[in-house]
Design a protein around this ligand. Structure first.
Ligand SMILES: Cc1cc2nc3c(=O)[nH]c(=O)nc-3n(C[C@H](O)[C@H](O)[C@H](O)COP(=O)(O)OP(=O)(O)OC[C@H]3O[C@@H](n4cnc5c(N)ncnc54)[C@H](O)[C@@H]3O)c2cc1C
Length: 311
C-alpha cells in the first residue's frame, strides 16, 4: 500500500502533524521510536501553552493519547520502530509522481509525501573512556540519574543554560558540584549563572579542555587541562551537557543539511530541498527550538502537504 503521508517521529512536532493529518483524512503512517520527545526527562514543563505545569512523562502520555484518540483508521501508528533510511523511488507508469520508501528494521513502507520530525539527541562526550563509563557514573540526564548522587561530589561538563540548570538540580542533594566549561565565558544567561554560583557548594572553571574520564568499574575522576596545566578532579557523578545534535543521519544522502546537520527548510512552508519531503521541529535549521514551536511548525508543514496532495 502507498500512504499519502509518512510522519517520522512522535515528539510534539510529529504528534501535532498526526492529529491534523487525521482530521484532514490523509492516509498516514506515523513511525516513531517513542512518544514524547526530548523534554520527556523534564520534571516540570511550565510553558506548554494551555497547561500550567506538566512533567515530561505526563506530556508524553498526553501526546500519545491525543493522536491515538483521533487516529481511527486514518493514521496507522507504529511506535517502537526506528527509521533507518528514506529514499526516493522513481515514478512508475501507474504513479504520476515519485514516492518515498521508508526503511525500518521491520521492512519498508511507501508514501507519496514524508514529514521528518525526528528532533535532536544529546551530543556525546568524545574523550578517552567516556563511553566506557556511560551509566556507570557518567550520564546525560540529571533529572533521571541525579538523585543517585546524593551526598556525593559531582561534575557538570558544559556551561550553557542546560549545564547550569543541571548544576542547580544537583545542588539540591549533591555534596558539591563543579562545572567545567571549555570557553572563557559561560554561555548560560547571566542571571542563571549568578544565581547558581552563589551556592556555597558550587564551583565553576572556564577555559578547560577535558582529557579523560578515569575510574575502575565506576567513575572516580575527570582529568582536564587549563592554561597548559593538567588537573585531576575526583567525582563520583559526571553530568554531560554539551549540546544537541539533530537526528538526521537517515536522510543525509537525500536532502540538503547545513553544517550542523540540520535539515534546511523554507520557513514559509517547511519544504526541504526534495520535492514531496517536509521537515519540522528541532531537526530543522529554524532559529529557536521549543515544544510549542515544533508543534506549530509541524502544523504549517501539514497544511502545505495537504495543498500539495489535493491541489
Ligand atoms: C531536558 C530538556 C528540557 C526541555 N524543556 C523544555 C521546556 O520546558 N519547554 C519547551 O518548550 N521546550 C523544552 N525543551 C525543548 C523541546 O523538548 C524540543 O524543542 C522539542 O522536544 C522538539 O520537538 P520535536 O518534535 O521537533 O523533536 P523531539 O522532541 O526530539 O522528538 C523526536 C521524535 O522522533 C523520534 N525519532 C528520532 N529518530 C527517529 C527515527 N530514526 N525513527 C523513528 N523515530 C525517531 C523520537 O523517538 C521522538 O519521538 C527541552 C529540551 C530538553 C532536552
Amino acid at each position: 500500500m502507498q500512504y499519502d503521508l509518512a510522519i517520522i517521529g512522535g515528539g510534539p512536532a510529529g504528534v501535532a502533524a498526526g492529529v491534523y493529518a487525521a482530521r484532514k483524512r490523509l492516509k498516514t503512517i506515523l513511525i516513531t521510536k517513542e512518544f514524547g520527545g526530548q523534554s520527556v526527562v523534564s520534571a516540570d514543563i511550565q510553558n506548554w501553552i494551555g497547561t500550567v505545569s506538566v512533567s515530561g512523562e505526563e506530556l508524553a502520555n498526553m501526546l500519545e493519547k491525543h493522536i491515538r484518540t483521533y487516529a481511527s483508521d486514518v493514521v496507522d501508528i507504529r511506535a517502537g520502530e526506528l527509521v533507518e533510511k528514506i529514499s526516493k523511488k522513481p515514478a512508475s507508469h501507474q504513479e504520476q509522481d515519485d514516492s518515498f520508501v521508508i526503511k525500518t528494521a521491520h521492512g519498508e513502507e511507501k508514501a507519496k509525501t514524508v514529514l521528518v520530525t525526528t528532533g535532536s539527541e544529546r551530543r556525546k562526550l568524545s574523550v578517552s573512556r567516556a563511553d566506557t563509563f556511560e551509566n556507570k557514573g557518567l550520564t546525560y540526564c540529571a533529572s533521571c540519574d541525579g538523585p543517585m548522587f546524593s551526598g556525593k561530589d559531582t561534575i557538570v561538563i558544559g556551561g550553557g543554560n542546560a549545564g547550569f540548570e543541571t548544576a542547580a538540580q544537583l545542588l539540591a542533594y549533591a555534596k558539591s558540584v563543579t562545572l567545567l566549561e571549555s570557553e572563557n565565558e559561560f554561555g548560560a544567561d547571566p542571571i542563571t549563572v549568578e544565581k547558581v554560583l552563589s551556592n556555597p557548594h558550587m564551583k565553576a572553571v572556564n577555559g578547560t579542555r577535558i582529557l579523560e574520564i578515569k575510574g575502575d568499574t565506576f567513575v572516580k575522576s575527570v582529568v582536564y587541562e587549563k592554561g597548559g596545566k593538567k588537573e585531576e578532579l575526583p567525582a563520583e557523578g559526571v553530568f554531560v551537557e554539551i549540546g544537541l545534535a539533530p537526528t538526521t543521519s537517515f536522510v543525509k544522502d537525500l536532502i540538503e543539511l547545513n553544517k550542523y546537520r540540520q535539515i534546511i527548510i523554507d520557513p514559509r512552508t517547511q519544504k526541504t530541498s526534495v520535492k514531496g519531503l517536509w521537515a519540522a521541529g528541532d531537526c530543522t535549521d529554524t532559529l529557536y527550538h521549543q515544544n510549542n514551536i515544533a508543534a506549530g511548525d509541524a502544523v504549517r508543514a501539514l497544511e502545505d502537504i495537504y495543498i500539495y496532495l489535493k491541489a
